[in-house]
Design a binder for this molecule. Structure first.
Ligand SMILES: [Zn+2]
Length: 289
């Protein structure tokens, strides 16, 4: 699945009514629809409603997927939200809605009822009673294997095709106390480890210390023509740009990973990591010249 002009090649695209301005996506936010399972019911609502709601992708109960907003345009899926101190996640995220009924309550010993009144047999649907600090208590329907497969394929396409993406998160994480989707049965850790392997951005976040000064700059001093800028601080295939020798770049964060000191820097519209041994500090006078 390649991405061209914000659209996933080969995927059905049905334009949403609410498509916002251009964005640079940095995170993917996973949701569920808290709706009935009838094909196209949630997708139709998300495509055309009077409440200004929209989302980039909708994954049906059978695993089929439709795109409704180009990935480089804003959709209105997260509402009031914040990710690592940055507010209004719609401005920098791609939203994926997965069809699922959301929290259910006991109807009788054998059945569970959704918030909109639909009743499901617990044993038929594999419904489980789970409580977590983030979700509270409820009965929840597992996502189908086909849905999880589609989530993984789609995330792989997005992380290959959108160089600025850094993390996968959930609506409950960016809107704590207000949202509980996706539900606690979503295999978030497994999905993250498939997409990121051992370079989980959360580990990077935990190991990277924040840079003190605003004026922290370095000059690239590589023995070759250029130094690789990498999406994560590792030497695996993750190069997003090449910084020419002698370029001065601002440092955003520093950290030690696998025995090397790395710097997170900004270059040419990208944020990424370089090994610090090919960078020397520069002083204010030099770079503000
Ligand atoms: Zn949501």
């Amino acid at each position: 699945m390649a991405i061209e002009n914000g659209l996933v090649a080969g995927m059905p695209f049905q334009a949403a009514r609410w498509i916002g301005g251009e964005i640079t996506p940095q995170i993917v936010i996973l949701h569920d629809t808290a709706s009935g399972l009838t094909p196209d019911s949630a997708a139709r609502y998300l495509r055309d409603n009077d409440r200004g709601v929209s989302v980039h992708f909708v994954i049906e109960h059978d695993g089929s997927v439709v795109q409704q907003v180009p990935v480089n345009r804003r959709a209105n899926h997260a509402g009031r939200s914040s990710y690592h101190g940055r507010e209004n996640c719609n401005d920098f995220s791609i939203g994926i809605e997965i069809v699922n009924p959301g929290r259910m309550m006991p109807y009788n010993d054998a059945k569970a009822q959704t918030w909109y009144g639909e009743v499901f047999a617990i044993s038929m649907r594999g419904i489980q009673e789970v409580a977590t600090p983030e979700h509270g208590h409820g009965l929840w329907m597992p996502y189908t294997g086909a849905q999880i497969d589609t989530v993984i394929d789609l995330l792989q396409a997005l992380f290959n095709g959108v160089q600025t993406l850094r993390d996968i998160t959930t609506h409950w994480y960016v809107s704590p106390g207000r949202k509980t989707d996706p539900n606690p049965l979503f295999p978030l850790e497994q999905v993250r480890s498939i997409i990121f392997g051992r370079e989980d951005p959360r580990d990077v976040e935990a190991n990277a210390s924040v840079v003190a000064g605003r004026d922290d700059h370095v000059r690239i001093t590589t023995p070759g023509d250029s130094l690789n800028l990498r999406r994560w601080p590792s030497f695996n295939p993750n190069v997003i740009a090449a910084i020419p020798h002698d370029t001065i770049v601002p440092v955003l964060r520093r950290g030690e990973f696998a025995g090397h000191e790395w710097l997170c820097v900004r270059y040419g519209g990208h944020e990424g990591w370089i090994v610090s041994r090919h960078a020397v500090p520069v002083f204010r006078k030099e770079h503000s010249r």
